[in-house]
Design a binder for this molecule. Structure first.
Ligand SMILES: *Cc1c(COP(=O)(O)O)cnc(C)c1O
Length: 415
């Protein structure tokens, strides 16, 4: 027995039956979302019962779209730690700063949650293969979960995609194609290729289940903060799955009376080389307009025309949050700062949040005792490293080498 009541359009409200594969709203073409019978969920599970369950995304089984007995295609995604950042917090004058370290997911990014859930459902509902446009991590995750499901995957990415994500998809057996331009250009090819070959289109938020995977970050955060919501939540924003998914999770828990009070103020953080959500937010627009000549090394943030623009803007405004653009230089600096102060080599997208925090602190948008959560969406290891010094090569006898080490250290050469 599943607790899903129906699948609903987030714009026109049109209802769809959840028994077959779904894409976008059949009435108006907008984004769909899964709705649950939350009274029945609340009557079926308690916070105490949750404590005895293993960690991971399916810990919150009743709030997932899985049918009774449906086996998830899983690599152990979810259950990532919420890490206190005391040294980084002190640097910014914040006493309660946290990072949800999504880089610890299989595939090294939180894409594992969304694609694990989407591929689980699509396979159950009869999909025979998958096609996905990606900036890198989504394609890698789709390939990996496709392999695990025993189904073929085609990944289409921009030419400049980080090499590790392409390799990850290829080694898992996916067929990878590159295109000029951005994920938007890849998406235009997928929209034609998927129906042509009869495989399922996994484009961001153009099917309703990826969002349910990303939503589990919100459920986990609620449990990890002892059923309290933070004051502020920062999200590195591309297609916006988590920005829409995390508040969905909080709202469902609130309807179940597992959390109370107002949602955190949500902040979308983007690179100033591709900031359609930031621009639309500050223009007071209802939805985003495509960003021209997008450019940033934070690959996951290079989404010039997100499908869920209006849904993201609604979250930012309803929660009295905001939207902040940071430069690629500030991202690199922040990435090094986080690694040096907290030992976390987060991806450029996660580091962008730290750069944004500096701006928020300067403008008084966040104060010392407010509880602030950042989502470190991926691991830095999957990207080309930032410019770092060439290590000193030691020669001669071990004594000579030791003397060199000692000399260089006493010179205070810390990089
Ligand atoms: C995809 C991705 C993002 C952006 O996530 P959206 O949900 O598309 O907004 C951020 N960081 C990393 C590491 C990603 O892979």
């Amino acid at each position: 027995m599943s607790f899903v009541s129906h699948v609903e359009c987030t714009v026109c409200g049109h209802r769809h039956e959840a028994k077959r594969t779904l894409g976008v709203c059949e009435q108006c073409g907008q984004m769909l979302a899964v709705r649950y019978d939350l009274d029945r969920v609340a009557a079926s599970v308690t916070k105490d019962a949750l404590r005895t369950r293993p960690p991971g995304m399916y810990r919150f089984r009743e709030l997932t779209p899985l049918d009774a007995g449906e086996e998830p295609i899983t690599l152990g995604e979810g259950g990532t730690p919420l890490l206190a950042l005391p040294r980084l917090g002190a640097h910014f004058g914040l006493r309660r700063l946290w990072a949800k370290d999504e880089g610890q997911n299989p595939t090294g990014s939180f894409k594992a949650r969304g694609l694990g859930m989407a591929i689980t459902r699509a396979k159950t509902l009869g999909a025979r293969g998958f096609v996905i446009p990606s900036a890198g991590n989504a394609g890698g995750a789709a390939a990996v979960y496709g392999a695990r499901a025993g189904l073929p995957v085609v990944v289409i990415v921009p030419k400049a995609t980080p090499a590790a994500a392409i390799a990850e998809a290829q080694i898992a057996g996916a067929r990878v194609f590159t295109v000029d331009g951005s994920i938007g250009d890849a998406g235009r090819v997928v929209a034609k290729a998927a129906p042509a070959i009869g495989w399922f289109d996994l484009s961001t938020l153009k099917e309703p289940y990826r969002l349910e995977g990303k939503k589990t970050m919100g459920l986990e955060l609620a449990e990890q903060l002892e059923w309290r919501m933070p004051d502020v939540l920062l999200y590195p924003t591309g297609g916006g799955t988590g920005l829409v998914g995390i508040p969905k999770g909080y709202e469902e828990l609130r309807a179940m009376r597992w959390v109370s009070g107002s949602l955190p103020r949500f902040y979308a953080v983007q690179s100033d080389g591709c900031a359609p959500v930031v621009k639309a937010f500050h223009d007071g627009a209802e939805t985003t307009t495509p960003w021209e000549n997008s450019k940033t090394h934070a690959a996951g943030l290079r989404v010039p025309g997100p499908f869920a623009g209006r849904q993201m803007l609604r979250v930012l405004r309803d929660s009295k949050g905001g939207a902040i653009a940071v430069s690629d230089e500030a991202i690199v600096e922040a990435q090094r700062l986080v690694a040096r102060l907290e030992g976390i080599w987060t991806s450029p997208e996660g580091a962008a949040l730290v750069a944004a925090l500096a701006q928020m602190k300067d403008r008084g948008e966040v104060s010392a005792d407010q509880e602030v959560v950042t989502i470190f969406t991926g691991v830095g290891l999957k990207y080309d490293p930032p410019a770092l010094p060439v290590p000193t090569h030691l020669t001669g006898t071990p004594d000579d080498a030791a003397a060199t080490v000692q000399r260089l250290l006493s010179g205070g050469t810390r990089s």
